[in-house]
Design a protein around this ligand. Sequence first.
Ligand code: TRP
Length: 326
Amino acid sequence: MKDKKIITGLKPTGDLTLGNYIGAIKQMVDMQDKYESYLFIADLHALTVYQDPQELKTRIRKFIAMYIACGIDPSKNIIYIQSKNEYIPAISYLLECSTPYGEASRMIQFKEKSKENASFSVGLLTYPILMAADILYCDCDYVPVGIDQKQHVELARNIAQRFNNKYGYTFNLPKPLLSKEGMKIYDLKNPLKKMSKSEENPVGVISLFDSVDDIVSKIMSSTTDSIGTVKYDQKNQPGISNLLNITSVLTNTDIDSLEKQFANKGYSEFKKYVAEVVSKHIEAIQNKYYEIVNSDYLDEVLSQGAELSKKIAKEKYELIKERMGL
Ligand code: TRP
């Protein structure tokens, strides 16, 4: 019985990598069986910095199709695009009016990002309040987030608590659900650095959109060491350990068995195997992706998700207005 609700927002920026898949997306896929799950593309949140309109449009669709291709199941999740639900920004405004400026401007992400760019937008300041609207409209219990978004979920909780005290019970109080450190996947060229979507040197980063040829050549040319045995040793053999981690997760095999399988074998044979495992896996994801990205099925999923989320948000919006005397 799924009695707790979670909500996840995905900002459609950057690429999606093998690191995201192993570190985060697989965890989300596991959670959909345990919780009533809401999942949306936070496209309004992407707008706090300029986005090329055409590119944003394709990226939103690519993102959602890729998550579904990776195993997010539309029959287990309410999936929608944030900007299709016009009640969310409307709720956000009402919450802004009961959020002290001081509290919003103390958010760490706001402080950091407003320093980076002197002409930052007002949207950067209200960003976490829009996020509070995302979270509070559906009375969710948990919000799975990385550590960088924890403070924003706590702000949402404070906003809800203050509102409830002032106007009477209106919102369930959400809690952050810190994602497990997940398995960290490192850059193939520099295995001391996380595999990151904003990495400028894409030779070490496998994108979920890479061709099989690129995947194979990136893995075959990944950095290893001069020790020469396939062994898990994070300290002395970070490159090999990273490849072992990747292979272990994708094949559901423990590291010990992989070490045995490749005892007395050279790195190149091991890499060939890893390349085959990774490219087969990503190819399967991509096949699914291309099947759905331009399909009516995806339109249908998104339109059902939008309808449902709008229905819930409208009710909450009316209640908030009522409580506030509108
Ligand atoms: N701010 C989140 C991020 O940058 C994305 C997000 C927007 C979100 N609204 C949300 C996450 C609501 C969880 C719940 O990753």
